[in-house]
Design a protein around this ligand. Structure first.
Ligand SMILES: Cc1cc2nc3c(=O)[nH]c(=O)nc-3n(C[C@H](O)[C@H](O)[C@H](O)COP(=O)(O)O)c2cc1C
Length: 156
């Protein structure tokens, strides 16, 4: 059995990042709070991801929560690479400029957390990118979209 699935279901988020003229969005289920004060969040990303490359030397990233109805967009962002695909265009997601960091946010997301990238911790075959929340944008109340043990999605 794949042991990581013991902790599922896990909430699916969309990680957005900008580096110079390059912007990207990827789906992530391995995203979690790390600290109360300062308010830190971690997202564990494989070096195979284009997002990983963009985060090298980047100053910030954003965590955008997903909600029911965003399933198709999540699949686009989780099955295509920003290396060769404009996932914003392909998914139909709308970019919204962050207020306190240099990064696009996802307008359809019920809540976005703007983070300054403060640390990167190698963790086996992934790296945890540690973000300090510097601004939260809440757009609406919504249920969450979660990835279940079997890979299918549930809402809670
Ligand atoms: C629901 C879901 C959750 C995912 N969670 C993660 C994750 O936490 N970490 C990770 O490295 N990749 C995760 N992935 C895989 C990436 O989203 C996928 O490889 C994506 O195509 C990477 O895009 P990029 O190359 O543009 O960065 C997930 C995919 C899906 C569909």
């Amino acid at each position: 059995m794949e042991l990581y699935k013991l902790l599922y279901p896990m909430r699916i988020v969309l990680i957005t990042v900008r580096k110079g003229k390059y912007e990207n969005v990827m789906a992530a289920a391995w995203c979690f709070p790390l600290s109360f004060d300062p308010p830190l969040f971690g997202v564990s990303i494989s070096p195979k991801r284009h997002t990983f490359s963009l985060l090298q030397g980047a100053k910030s990233f954003a965590i955008n929560l997903t909600a029911p109805g965003m399933d198709d967009a999540v699949l686009v962002c989780g099955r295509n690479s920003g290396k060769d695909t404009d996932k914003f265009a392909k998914s139909g997601l709308t970019k919204e400029e962050a207020k306190k960091i240099d990064c696009p946010l996802i307008k359809e997301s019920p809540l976005s957390i703007e983070c300054e990238l403060v640390d990167t911790i190698k963790a086996g075959d992934h790296s945890v990118f540690v973000g300090k929340a510097v601004n939260v944008i809440k757009r609406k109340e919504a249920k969450g979209l979660y990835q279940s043990q079997g890979g299918e999605w549930i809402t809670v």
